[in-house]
Design a protein. Sequence first.
Length: 414
Amino acid sequence: MKRLNLFLGAAALIAVSLTASPAVMAQENGNRDENGKIVRGPYETNRFGDNWFIGVAGGINAFWNDGYDVDNMRIAPSIDAGFGKWFTPSVGMRIGYQGLNAQLWSETATVLGPTLDTDKNMYLEKFGYMYIHSDFLWNISNAFSGYKQTRFWNFVPYLHAGFFRSYGLNDVDFSDNQFAAGVGLLHNLRLAERLDLIIDMRATALDGSAHGASGFAILPSVTMGLAVDLGWPGFVRTSTIVGELETAAVDQIAALEAAALALEMANVALKEKNGELESANGKLAKEVKHLKNAAASNTGLADYLMGMEPAVLYFEIGQTVLDEKELQHLDFLAKNILDEVDKETKIYITLNGTADSSTGSPKRNQYLSKARGEYVYGLLTDKYGIDPDRLIVQSDVIGNPSKPELSRAVTISF
């Protein structure tokens, strides 16, 4: 009787603790959004190898049969082993084994209890059993309080059903096979990332023929042990994945918009530059026309050239060679003006290379101004065949220019 009271007291204590567990879990932090609301699914479907677990436990059981007095129940040892998988944070399946021994007092002699206990004036039935069962697990902590991988205490009620076999001990000729089912309460207490302490309360209903009696029987048990997680143990919310994709899409759109804006600004700058070149080309065309009109008279041509505004070739900062646009500018000058000057007059052509003093060292600027003039000199003589004796190369560094970019140039004058 004392053993039975101990068993029932322990079961009651665990039941109270299980009832209190939802309130405990509801107080946990780290599972709420910015508004303080509990975060729930949906969750990404896990892979086959994820969220498996295996556990072993040991404890006690008691066997009761319809028509027997509750005082006839007797505590016996029990062991549990299980292997299962969580499909979502709240739903899982488990295949398990429960077994060892069971015993109870009988008022009459049976094949499992043929010997009278004179102190109790009753017969003690003893038999072995094994219960192969499958369980449908429902993690009520995750279902109501939201999934939290680091939660210390998970409360998991479940339904179970399976094959129950009982058999005689000590060469007693007895066996019985039947279907059994019931309910259970599983406690998962997190000890480490992949290790849990498990407390498993189970009640199994079966036919009384399991020990040679009539009516129905109930086998309650309480076991405690350890469970180990296999594979990746966590879950990822689908909304998190969608949020990451949305963030990535927003970033890509922003990058494309920035690129489009930069391209539009570049097009505007290009149009402005083209306008400047068209204006310069128009001016040069007028000068060519004047040159052709004055071609019959060297004196008239010379006077015109001496009064003509200098032509300017611009360089990028720090560069001693012309870009594509300025090379086209020089090509027009060389073929339409300088070549005519070289053939029809005795006027010298002055190439004045310049650099601005606002950037770089004096030595560097002096080098740039000289190199730019020599560069244009080389193009005119080598590419366009201008007589070197007609060319004068000079260099100069412009001090404190108001627009430094206009001082990075070679000026062509007569």
